[in-house]
Design a protein around this ligand. Structure first.
Ligand code: MRU
Length: 352
């Protein structure tokens, strides 16, 4: 079963322990982020990655940012906190969990404004740890809610990594597969390699293999052919931000997969926690798409594979329209054939 990708070590002057995901599968190395710059760098360079894990890292990173600050009163403390959260917010633009985690930390500070600053710092540390623990439970719940969509002997195609490495534990898309397996259903998985940064081959294939799940690696451009020639029963992916109408941003290549799945009559599922929904955006057109360094396309693991000074376009995410999504699986329940109304009723189920 998956291993813990992020944890807080020590008290208020402690540090964040993460798996450096850029080194997998060659090396399972834990690194410590001791200050704000180090966790910012870890998020930016994908040492810690995947929407829910980014949200947890942002919350813990906030504690790194304010832990050692000597603010004289709440007003000064809030100024330091806002500087910290704005800095972390500039690390990556697409996964809304990042902004969700930062806002939750700000709201917690505001709710406790009457308390001494040193006490608020400890409350914030507790809040970051709670976010991590809640995420573990949420992932479990997503797995339980969605596993019934997988039948014994099914072949599932997945893209990027939405497993334990991308969350507090257990994953989102992979949670369905882990939960189905726990129920005694044998599942086979096709893992897309996921160019340019190979999260599928480096991380998903590694996680599934470690968990004893039958996994076959394919290059991204083999997915449509695999759907036509082999038995693919469903596609399950995670998400980085889901708009109010159910349009879902996920790793680049996901949109194309949804089109191929539709063409072959294969159900396409998205698994994500409520914290990945951005109800302030009416549709996916408004989701900001991160563009990353051209070198990720011109090089593979440090080796150049394209001519010098070639023009490059490197969007890290794309948006799958709701009409291509059969269901979104959340901890609150399943949203079948998502519409704005259905999204609101499931996501706000426990808030209204
Ligand atoms: O750039 P990454 O590796 O952070 O992108 C991750 C993804 O696209 C995942 O599919 C998504 O965050 C869901 S993780 C449960």
């Amino acid at each position: 079963m998956p291993i813990a990708t992020i944890e807080w070590i020590g008290g208020i002057d402690g540090k964040i322990k993460i798996i450096d995901q850029t080194l997998l599968p060659d090396e399972l190395k834990y690194v410590f982020c001791n200050d704000l710059k180090e966790i910012y760098h870890a998020i930016k360079t994908l040492m810690v990655r995947g929407a829910p894990a980014i949200g947890i890292a942002a919350a813990m990173g906030t504690v790194l940012g304010i832990g050692k600050k000597k603010s004289k009163d709440f007003e000064e403390f809030m100024k330091d906190l806002k500087e910290t959260t704005s800095y972390l917010a500039s690390s990556r633009p697409t996964a809304v969990n990042l902004f969700w985690g930062l806002k939750r930390m700000e709201d917690t500070a505001l709710k406790n404004s009457h308390k001494p600053v040193e006490e608020i710092k400890n409350i914030l540390l507790d809040e970051a740890k709670i976010i991590l623990e809640e995420d573990k439970e949420i992932c479990r719940k997503i797995g339980e809610n969605g596993q019934s969509l997988i039948k014994k002997g099914d072949s599932v195609l997945t893209h990027c990594n939405a497993g334990g490495l991308a969350t507090g534990y257990f994953g989102t898309a992979l949670a369905l597969i882990f939960a189905a397996t726990e129920k005694g259903k044998t599942v086979h998985v096709y893992a897309d390699e996921t160019r340019p940064l190979l999260q599928g081959s480096r991380l998903t294939a590694w996680e599934l293999k470690n968990a004893g799940i039958d996994v076959t690696l394919i290059c991204d451009n083999m997915a449509a052919h695999t759907m036509r020639e082999k038995k693919v029963d469903c596609v399950i992916v995670g998400a980085d931000r889901i708009a109010a109408n159910g349009d879902a941003a996920n790793k680049i290549g996901t949109y194309g997969l949804s089109i191929a799945a539709k063409a072959h009559g294969i159900p396409f599922y998205v698994a994500a926690p409520a914290s990945t929904f951005d109800l302030s955006l009416a549709s996916g057109k408004e989701i900001p798409i991160e563009e990353r360094d051209p070198e990720e396309v011109t090089h593979i693991q440090g080796k150049r594979i394209a001519p010098e000074s070639i023009k490059v376009y490197n969007p890290a995410f794309d948006v799958t329209p709701a009409e291509n999504i059969k269901a979104i699986i959340t901890e609150n329940g399943i949203i079948n054939d998502p519409t704005t109304e259905k999204v609101r009723s499931v996501i706000l189920r426990f808030q209204e």
